[in-house]
Design a protein around this ligand. Structure first.
Ligand code: SF4
Ligand code: SF4
Length: 250
């Protein structure tokens, strides 16, 4: 049985690397191996007829210079240079809706393969990943400090410029509207709902154990420093709280 890190890279590659690739062949192979050695890869890619059904049903393909068929073909033919090129922009157009996976006659999941390529782009600290993830830094901060990804006070016209003219619809008196909600924990605009300290700290452990924080450090070292400081403070708060509980019990 092949090991989890085995690669199917052959001596002969369907579409050979050009004479002057943007990065060296060794790096291209390393990137491809990272994608291919993921345990999900063989499940998401079973072959490809090049039929284009995935692209025909893909919402992102309607609006961007993007085709899931093209991405799957690059992976299927082990086109190292094309894969690297797609990771510089195209893979970020996918909406991760998985319509393609539901339609592919080969049971492929182009959306799942694109997720693997995105994770690899993050792992390698690619500029495309940094650019795409930069606007999410405030979401990450909010998540770490409150346990919420988004809170009503983050819904501002500046933060959602891509809503176009519809952004005027968020110009509502949220402070007043939230107070009308019967649950007291929802009467604030600073959080969407209340997440207790213990749950937040458990989330930190999950991020550490799954490598999410390592990925963050690769992509944005400053944000990583800020976030780890907050995590340390919140862990101290939990320890203090637990100590207080013990003292109360004595
Ligand atoms: S991934 Fe599936 S739907 Fe898309 S071109 Fe290949 S075989 Fe067709
Ligand atoms: S998951 Fe991505 S590639 Fe697949 S249909 Fe949705 S947007 Fe298109």
């Amino acid at each position: 049985m092949e090991s989890a890190t085995a690669t199917r890279i052959q001596e002969h590659i369907g579409d050979p690397v050009s004479d002057s690739p943007e990065v060296g062949r060794e790096k291209l192979e390393e990137i491809f191996q990272d994608i291919q050695s993921d345990f999900r890869f063989d499940h998401e890619l079973n072959g490809c007829l090049n039929c284009g059904i995935c692209t025909a049903t893909c919402p992102a393909a309607h609006y961007y210079d993007f085709s899931p068929r093209e991405i799957v073909q690059l992976l299927w033919t082990e086109n190292l240079e094309g894969i690297y090129d797609a990771m510089q922009e195209k893979i970020w157009a996918c909406a991760q809706c998985y319509t393609c996976a539901a339609r592919c006659p080969f049971d492929n999941s182009p959306g799942g393969l694109i997720m693997l390529m995105r994770e690899t782009a993050i792992k390698h600290g690619m500029e495309s990943a940094r650019n795409v993830l930069r606007p999410f830094s405030r979401v990450m901060l909010k998540l770490i400090s409150t346990g919420n990804q988004l809170s009503p006070d983050m819904i501002t016209a500046d933060g959602f410029a891509d809503w176009g003219p519809n952004v005027s619809k968020i110009d509502a008196p949220l402070e007043i509207l939230r107070k009308a909600i019967p649950m007291p924990t929802l009467n604030t605009t600073k959080t969407a709902w209340e997440v207790n300290l213990k749950t937040s700290v458990e989330l930190y452990t999950i991020w550490e154990e799954t490598g999410v924080l390592d990925q963050l450090e690769t992509i944005d070292e400053n944000l990583f420093d800020v976030i780890t400081d907050i995590m340390d403070e919140r862990r101290d708060d939990l320890d203090d709280w637990l100590e207080e509980q013990e003292n109360d019990d004595d």
